[in-house]
Design a protein around this ligand. Structure first.
Ligand SMILES: C[S@@+](CC[C@H](N)C(=O)[O-])C[C@H]1O[C@@H](n2cnc3c(N)ncnc32)[C@H](O)[C@@H]1O
Length: 224
C-alpha cells in the first residue's frame, strides 16, 4: 500500500485586525492595536479645529464612541480635550484607563455601554466614531445616529468611518452599511470636509477574501 503524497500544511499566517473584528473578538483586536497612533480622520478633524481656533480656552468636549483600547481618546486627552470614552467591551476601558496621564484624569470619562444604551452630553464639539458604527446593530442605527447628530453643536464636527455595501461584511446581519447616496441624507446639515471612499481587495489570515469598502469622513455641522 502506498501513502499518498500530502503536502505539508503551510504555517498559519498571523491573524489580522479583520480576523478579530469579523467575529467581534475585541480583546484580540485590542491587543493588535495597542499603542497605534490616532486615526487619520480624528487627526484631520483636530487640525480643522486648530486652524479656526483663536482662543486657547475654547470648549473642547468630545465623545469617542467605540473607543476600543483608546488610540483616539489618548490623542484627544493629550491635546487638552475632555473625552467621554464609550465602549461596550470592559477590556477596552481596562486597557485604556491605566494609560490616561495623571494630568488628564479629570477630563477622562469612561463609559461602559452599548451604542444603543450609552448616554453622552447633549452638546459636544466633536463626535468621534473610528471604525465603530459599522458594528451597530441595524435596528439600533437610526436612533443612535439621530442622537449623535443632535448632540453635535453647530460648528462642531463628526469624524469616523462608515462602511459601504461592497464591503465583505455587508452581508452579516448584525452590521450596518450604507450606500454612498445615503451619506447625503445622514450628513444633511453638515459640510463634508473629507469624504474619502476606500475600496480595495484584502483577505483574512487564512486566505479568504475580505474586500474593504470604507467611507472616511470628517464633517462640520452647519451653523443656522
Ligand atoms: C473595530 S473596533 C474600533 C476601535 C477604535 N475606535 C479604533 O479605531 O481602533 C470597534 C469597537 O466598537 C466597540 N463596539 C462594537 N459593538 C459595540 C456596541 N454595540 N456598543 C458599543 N461598542 C461597541 C468594540 O468593543 C470595539 O472597541
Amino acid at each position: 500500500m502506498t501513502t499518498p503524497n500530502i503536502p505539508p500544511a503551510s504555517p498559519a499566517a498571523p491573524k489580522r485586525a479583520q480576523d478579530y473584528a469579523a467575529v467581534r473578538d475585541w480583546p484580540g483586536y485590542f491587543d493588535l492595536m495597542l499603542g497605534k497612533p490616532a486615526r487619520e480622520t480624528l487627526v484631520a478633524a483636530l487640525s480643522n479645529f486648530e486652524k479656526e481656533s483663536t482662543n486657547p480656552t475654547d470648549s473642547r468636549l468630545a465623545v469617542d464612541l467605540g473607543c476600543g483600547e483608546g488610540r483616539d481618546t489618548l490623542e484627544l486627552l493629550a491635546r487638552g480635550w475632555t473625552v467621554h470614552a464609550i465602549d461596550a467591551h470592559p477590556r477596552a476601558l481596562q486597557l485604556l484607563t491605566p494609560r490616561v496621564p495623571p494630568d488628564a484624569e479629570s477630563r477622562y470619562h469612561p463609559v461602559l455601554a452599548t451604542f444603543a444604551d450609552a448616554r453622552w452630553p447633549d452638546r459636544v464639539d466633536l463626535f468621534n466614531a473610528s471604525f465603530s458604527l459599522p458594528f451597530c446593530e441595524p435596528r439600533d442605527f437610526a436612533a443612535v445616529w439621530r442622537r449623535i447628530v443632535s448632540s453635535i453643536r453647530p460648528g462642531g464636527r463628526f469624524a469616523g468611518q462608515l462602511f459601504g455595501p461592497r464591503d465583505g461584511w455587508a452581508t452579516l446581519p448584525d452590521r450596518t452599511h450604507h450606500p454612498r447616496t445615503e451619506l447625503d441624507t445622514l450628513f444633511d446639515g453638515f459640510v463634508l470636509e473629507e469624504l474619502r471612499e476606500e475600496e480595495r481587495p484584502d483577505s483574512t489570515h487564512d486566505g479568504r477574501p475580505k474586500p474593504w469598502h470604507v467611507f472616511h469622513i470628517v464633517a462640520r455641522k452647519r451653523r443656522p
